[in-house]
Design a binder for this molecule. Structure first.
Ligand SMILES: O=c1cc[nH]c(=O)[nH]1
Length: 225
């Protein structure tokens, strides 16, 4: 099972700090508290996907409001048009959960499903949420490549791989934009700088860099271009 059907996800209250933070968050101008999802945000996409893109956690006024990863935040505004250009979706933007957006050969999720204060989940919150990520990965039967956005998401995936016996030392797998790690019995792991507004504004990540990486990921999944 995937998305909102992941057992126990929508009702999860494991992390007190995160639950409190979502309740206390002040809506942005023009919105009311009732406009906010303010619960664990399920992943979504193609259940037959060969590729899984994994972000960090819902943005305060993006995924935490809309209830869908990267929907309504700067990171998504950068990413969705490029996913469309690369043929991974049926429309170039993401507006709300009922906008008709469909992902093709791609599943999109976050390592932490609830909004973390200051965008920084704590170690025990990564740990508490990891079983959900493990279930998503296990349910994607055609999965070949995981693209992790940002070092924190990347390292959380490495920890999952270590727990599952696919690797021993995290230090053997340093994060970087474009790093590719292969494993005997787990999806290829690829690192990308996060598509955050900060990274885009500072030029750390450009459209060209991200498009090239999407192409690489597609090739790693089995297409020759
Ligand atoms: O990592 C991120 C950033 C913004 N929105 C998400 O859903 N995930």
């Amino acid at each position: 099972m995937l998305g909102a059907e992941l057992p126990g996800l929508l009702d999860c209250r494991r992390c007190d700090r995160l639950v409190r933070g979502m309740v206390e968050l002040k809506p942005k101008a023009g919105y009311r508290r009732s406009d906010y999802w303010s619960r664990p945000v399920p992943g979504f996409g193609d259940p037959e996907a060969r590729i899984c893109l994994v972000g960090l956690a819902p943005g305060a006024h993006g995924a935490n409001r809309s209830g869908r990863p990267f929907t309504g935040d700067g990171a998504g505004d950068f990413m969705y048009p490029l996913l469309f250009q690369a043929g991974f979706s049926n429309r170039p933007d993401a507006v709300s959960r009922d906008d008709g957006l469909r992902l093709v050969d791609l599943y999109l999720t976050n390592v932490v499903k609830c909004l973390p204060p200051e965008n920084k989940p704590k170690a025990d919150e990564f740990t508490a949420c990891r079983p959900f990520l493990a279930q998503e990965i296990a349910a994607l039967k055609n999965l070949r490549v995981i693209l992790a956005l940002g070092g924190d998401a990347f390292r959380s995936l490495l920890r999952l791989y270590r727990q599952q016996g696919h690797l021993q030392r995290l230090a053997d797998y340093p994060f970087g934009h474009g790093v590719v790690y292969r494993f005997a019995a787990a999806p290829v792991l690829v690192g990308s700088y996060h598509t955050s507004r900060y990274n885009i504004q500072t030029g750390r990540l450009t459209e060209t860099m991200f498009c090239e990486l999407l192409q690489t990921v597609r090739e790693l999944a089995g297409d020759n271009g």
